[in-house]
Design a binder for this molecule. Sequence first.
Ligand code: 1HN
Length: 352
Amino acid sequence: MNDLGRLEDLPADYVAELRALNLVPLWPSLRGVLPPNTPTRQTQATHWPYKTIKPLLLKAGELTPIEKAERRVLVLANPGHTLEKMQASAAMYLGMQLLMPGEWAPSHRHTPNAVRMVVEGEGAWTTVDGERCPMSRGDLILTPTGLWHEHGHDGSEPVIWLDVLDLPLAYYLEVSYHLNGARQDTKPGQGDRAYARAGVVPTPVFGRSGKRYPMLRYPWADAKAALESLAADRPDVDAVQVTYVNPETGEDVENILGFHAMMLRPGQTLQLPARSPAAVYHVIEGAARVATEAQGFDLVAADTCCIPGYTATTLTNASASAAAFLFIADESPLHRKLGVYEVRPDNQPHMP
Ligand code: 1HN
């Protein structure tokens, strides 16, 4: 690889003349924007232990009334992107949200897609597009682009959940905005009931549901049961993992980010090849070590970490006697749609 000319090699008055005309020479920056073999990533492997977040989130509950916050969230910000950017990775935003008993987070809709992974507490609900979705530990609730959503809480303990949004991408694309709305009327009929059993979906006699998002709530009990059956029936399968899909199309539930649940068998170590998307690991039950070649994090229940793309990752169940269950969010639907999705079993470039 030949060395390219540097900016300092050019006469200063020439560079100044270019800049005054909004012109820039490419060659001094070419290797920076197009590095050899592996992309430059701002995303740093980062661990956010829940035990450090929870007391600070409860403190936010005392310091800031919900009316002054609209959404009371501490953002899990990746230092590699600088904290102000509020990014976990290039395309993913993560936040831990607190709703106190009796509080209401008013209805709005926006262009970024969101999901909630319920971390702790009972009695809260999210109404999405007129469907009231109860929130329990491990449930995944979608609030896709454009759908009205609001949160309420009839229980007696604080409720905390993890928000995952494609906000950094929407913001970068200059398409991020919101609209406020009135409290939603709830409609009868829930997608998580009509589509409760995979393989048996409502017959489209009068056309399909007509909904781009027929199922909005994915109960943890169902995902966990699917993982346990898969683990029991398929001892040959190492990656005991399910993907959250649209039950009418079989495609990823949302357009940009992908969501999965994984079970690590007691004592299991699972080596995942380097893949282009960044990934977020959140422990639903049990404990696991998430390690790259460079570093490792010991995650306990409700902990969250982010691993940059193109990074081989080893997952180890911390227990020899109990299964561990992880929620995984990644950028794979986006990478597939863009045609840049890549797997590197041998750590070598496999440009698509
Ligand atoms: C949002 O609408 C929610 O509805 C949570 O709970 C977090 C972060 C950025 C932009 C919108 C919510 C959000 C958000």
